[in-house]
Design a protein. Structure first.
Length: 131
């Protein structure tokens, strides 16, 4: 299942995106609003790309083979908050943050994380401390 979201200055909200035997790709890299997903799950890899605002929240994300959360489309003038209750998968989980100037705050909050392999937080483009 592949979905593309563009525009949407006010944001996009989805309640439950679920697949029984496929990858799930949600590409909102061309959008400028907030992205909120209550639940997204797939039996393979879940890939989510956020837009220029970078703001993302989720209740539960489960990808059996892994999860890729790409926030690199975020522009430097947006805080790019990431909030998730649960991230889980038998494979690796990767979170790539977008750019941010020094002194700008941003939030990364994950209540529960279970990765069968590695968890990677890539904040290499973040201009200040990530914590």
């Amino acid at each position: 299942l592949s979905m593309s979201v563009s525009g949407f200055g006010y944001g996009v909200s989805a309640n439950n995106i679920e697949m029984q035997s496929a990858n799930i790709t949600l590409d909102a890299s061309e959008s400028s609003g907030k992205l909120h997903i209550t639940k997204i799950s797939g039996t393979e890899t879940v890939t989510i790309s956020t837009g220029t605002l970078g703001w993302f929240s989720a209740g539960e994300i489960h990808g059996q083979d892994g999860i890729v959360l790409d926030m690199t489309a975020k522009t430097a003038d947006s805080s790019g908050d990431f909030i998730a209750n649960t991230l889980s998968g038998s494979g690796s989980i990767t979170l790539s943050m977008g750019s941010s100037p020094a002194g700008q705050s941003g939030l990364i909050a994950i209540s529960a994380l279970a990765a069968g392999d590695n968890f990677t937080l890539d904040a290499s483009s973040w201009g200040d401390d990530a914590g």
